[in-house]
Design a protein around this ligand. Structure first.
Ligand SMILES: [Zn+2]
Length: 144
C-alpha cells in the first residue's frame, strides 16, 4: 500500500465513531434510480444497485435531491449544464472511492478524504467545495 493510502485509511478510522450517526444519501451513479438515505453505521460493505446491478454507488448529503435527477438525465442522453456535469463527475469520483474503500469511505466525511486525495492527485480543491452541506463542513472543521 502506498503511504498516501495508509494515511487515508488512518484518517478514516479516526473519524469513524464521530460520523456513525451522519446521514447520507446513497445513489446508484449509473442509473440514478436506486437511492436510499442511511446513517453511516447502517451502510453495508458491498453496495450493488438492485435495478442495474452496478457497483458504482455514490454518496451525497442526505437532502441532495438533484443528483439522482442529474444521473438519470445523463443516462437518457440529455445534455447536462456545466454545473450538472460537475456534479455528475464528482458523483463518479465518489463512487470509485466507495468501491475501493467500501463502508470505510462512507464512514468518514467524504469531503475530507476527497480533499486529501484531490490535493495530492488532482489538484482540484475547488471541485469538492459543494460535496457536503455546510453543516458537515463545520463538522469537518471540528475534527481538524
Ligand atoms: Zn443502478
Amino acid at each position: 500500500m502506498q503511504l498516501q493510502q495508509i494515511l487515508i485509511k488512518e484518517l478514516l478510522i479516526l473519524s469513524k465513531a464521530r460520523l456513525a450517526k451522519t446521514k447520507h444519501r446513497l445513489i446508484c451513479a449509473r442509473c440514478g434510480k436506486w437511492e436510499r438515505v442511511v446513517e453511516t453505521n447502517e451502510v453495508k460493505n458491498i453496495l450493488i444497485c438492485p435495478y442495474c446491478k452496478a457497483r458504482q454507488i455514490t454518496a451525497t448529503y442526505y437532502s441532495d435531491y438533484d443528483l439522482p435527477k442529474i444521473i438519470q438525465k445523463n443516462m437518457h442522453g440529455k445534455k447536462l449544464s456545466s454545473d450538472e456535469k460537475h456534479k455528475f463527475n464528482r458523483a463518479w469520483k465518489v463512487s470509485s472511492l466507495i468501491e475501493n474503500f467500501g463502508k470505510t469511505a462512507i464512514t468518514v466525511c467524504l469531503d475530507m478524504v476527497l480533499e486529501q486525495i484531490l490535493q495530492q492527485e488532482y489538484c482540484e480543491i475547488w471541485w469538492m467545495k459543494n460535496i457536503y452541506s455546510n453543516k458537515s463542513m463545520k463538522l469537518k472543521g471540528n475534527m481538524l
